[in-house]
Write a protein that binds this ligand. Structure first.
Ligand code: NOJ
Ligand code: MG
Length: 625
């Protein structure tokens, strides 16, 4: 017979194993919740047909780069038909790929190839405006229905108008790219609104038909295989109906965008209902077609309150974007920021997130100086490590993985960006976005391996022989290798599901920890501590001021290129020495977890199989008895 003691021991083990299962089984997360979105600027990624401009086939040809790096999602700046006044953000046909970039078939092939590699493709969706060469605009100018009211038209002001004179502009609204936001149409004898370039007339979102048009465009691309949309300039969609003047902000330059406070042309509350509506269109498609979640990420340079509203309505009943881009790393922090600034800005963001929503951290994009130029070369790895280890999604811009820098010295003749050109030869340099848009550096051959054309659309950065992918792949230690390792570690449960805590040690050192609580004895819990020294001085820190774990040693798991340590080094956590600009990760993963423990909680799965084995053995044991 089975003795009472044996039975009790068996039961105790069962309870222990079961508690393990419950502790380790994490809530499953959707594909997008823990991923890194890699922005590709197609004009500058890879040129497959040697015309000096990157294209869709070029992206397909280089998908393996994403795969090798460990990237599983990418968002593409627009590749649709466009006169390229604003480099694709002036779309003349939302359903077709511009011949400059290839064909619709090329894009469909990209979807297919990306799917094979497990890479999701997000398209840029530009609803605020179209090109003035779009059929809708051409017909609207001619007052052909139903297009007559597709755009924002105005008679202009007749104040002080002499007979035979053209009316004045309707109000004091300025374009983001400088100068009045109104352009006269000879054809229609009215002004049209353009918050961006003259070639980008603003669509009229008070017209239901415009919203419907975009519903159809979304469905069209979802059908083709898009996994999501990045919504461009979303907070510019509505303007007040009575077109009143905006209050003056900076009277010194009446032509600049900063001249007025944009309270009547930006962040209007009507915007959020349209976003919620598009969310419904996407969710409905997912449901009807039984496909993975299709996500929406919104682009709005707005304050935190208005940005957070893009998640959901205040009462939580209306769902909106999956996430609005969080631009604090671009707009609020920089090379002069102290560790306490990082802590304050990050905590403030996390504390203001609506409950249960996924946060995100955008490191860079095609509109802002590159991270190497904003934060300084030595801080590249520190910033990368930060966005890779903070909770939620990270969004990075192509070229950041090799630490590309801005090419600020592009001549005025070579400058293409309207935001630069509109300022003239004296002042274009600092306003132009071309410096961060120069072609990707694949290797040290002609044109950095980007194109074999004699001239590329923007000049190559002259230092591409120093900074290029091939060189960084061959080096023992490089920003690229750092990214690859960080992306790998990021897949561990500690990062996908772990808790977060941070500390500003002094002006220079920012520390953060991610950990999972699952052991009776807390000191056994898996954790990773990240320490970033943002300055040119050495510091010695005590890790336990941030996080207490067992033992008097810790292992180095990841190092930035500025680090004095080596991966595998055993360090004293009570006196961790950080050299200038050092970025380092120490800690231990879950001992039980498989090497490739992933977001769906494979550690939990392993315990479940253990449990099954236990039950079988017990049954056998009982049967034999
Ligand atoms: C934001 C885009 O990122 C930028 O490049 C563009 O100029 C404006 N929206 C207008 O579409
Ligand atoms: Mg090309």
């Amino acid at each position: 017979m089975l003795s009472f003691e044996v039975l009790r021991a068996l039961l105790a083990t069962l309870v222990l194993l079961l508690s393990g299962v419950f502790a380790q089984q994490d809530a499953p997360k959707e594909w997008w919740e823990t991923t890194v979105f890699y922005q590709i600027y197609p004009r500058s990624f890879f040129d497959s047909d040697d015309d000096g401009v990157g294209d869709v086939k070029g992206i397909t040809a280089k998908l393996q780069h994403l795969k090798d790096t460990g990237l599983e999602a990418t968002w593409l700046s627009p590749i649709f038909s466009s006169p390229q006044v604003d480099f694709g953000y002036d779309v003349s046909d939302f359903r077709s790929v511009d011949p400059l970039f290839g064909t619709n078939e090329d894009l469909e092939e990209l979807f297919v190839e990306a799917k094979k590699l497990g890479i999701k493709i997000i398209l840029d969706f530009v609803p605020n405006h179209s090109s003035n060469e779009h059929e809708w605009f051409i017909k609207s100018e001619q007052r052909i229905d139903p297009y007559t009211d597709y755009y924002v038209w105005h008679n202009g002001s007749s104040d002080g108008m002499q007979p035979g004179e053209r009316p004045r502009v309707p109000n004091n609204w300025q374009s983001v790219f400088r100068g009045s936001a109104w352009e006269w149409s000879e054809e229609r004898q009215q002004y049209y609104l353009h918050q961006f370039a003259v070639g980008q007339p603003d669509l009229n979102y008070r017209n239901e038909k415009v919203i419907e048009e975009f519903d159809e465009i979304l469905r069209f691309w979802m059908q083709k295989g898009a996994s999501g949309f990045r919504i461009d300039a979303v907070n510019h969609m509505f303007e007040v109906e009575d077109f009143r003047d905006e209050p003056i902000n900076d009277p010194s330059d009446p032509l600049s965008y900063g001249y007025t406070h944009h309270i009547y042309t930006k962040d209007l509350l009507e915007t959020y209902d349209v976003v919620a509506h598009w969310r419904e269109v996407m969710d409905e498609f997912v449901k009807e077609n039984d496909v993975d979640t299709i996500i929406m990420m919104t682009e709005a340079y707005a304050n935190m309150t208005m940005t957070m509203k893009f998640y959901e309505s205040d009462d939580g009943t209306q769902q909106r974007a999956h996430f609005p881009f969080n631009f604090v790393m671009i707009e609020e922090l920089g090379d002069a920021s102290k560790a306490s600034d990082f802590k304050y800005i990050i905590d403030r963001w996390l504390e203001n997130m609506p409950r249960g929503k996924v946060t995100n951290w955008v490191l860079g994009n095609h509109d802002k100086p590159r991270v190497a130029s904003r934060y300084g070369r030595q801080r590249i790895d520190g910033m990368a490590l930060l966005v890779m280890t903070l909770p939620g999604v990270a969004v990075i811009y192509n070229g950041e993985e090799i630490g590309m820098e801005d090419f600020r010295d592009i001549s005025y003749e070579d400058t293409k960006d309207p935001q630069g050109c509109n300022l003239g030869p004296e002042s274009y340099k600092w306003a132009s976005r071309d410096p961060q848009r120069t072609p990707f550096h694949w290797d040290d051959t002609f044109n950095a391996g980007f194109s074999r054309a004699p001239r590329t659309w923007l000049p190559m950065h002259p230092l591409y022989r120093q900074t290029n992918l091939l060189k960084q792949k061959e080096a023992d230690c490089s920003t690229y290798k750092f990214y690859v390792d960080a992306l790998k570690l990021r897949k561990e449960r500690v990062f996908t599901h772990g808790e977060f805590r941070s500390r500003a040690y002094n002006d220079d050192v920012f520390g953060l920890v991610r950990f999972v609580r699952e052991n009776e004895q807390r000191t056994l819990d898996p954790f990773y501590v990240v320490m970033i020294n943002f300055a040119d001085r050495t510091h010695t820190v005590d890790v336990s001021d941030l996080y207490r774990f067992s033992g008097d040693s810790a292992t180095v798991r990841l190092i930035g290129t500025e680090s004095r340590h080596l991966v595998g080094d055993v360090v004293d956590p009570s006196a961790l020495v950080l050299g200038p600009y050092e970025a380092i990760m120490i800690g231990h993963a879950d001992a039980d977890a498989d090497d490739d423990a992933d977001a769906d909680g494979s550690a939990g799965v392993k315990v479940t199989t253990d449990l099954l084995l236990f039950v079988i053995i017990t049954c056998n044991f009982l049967l034999i008895k």
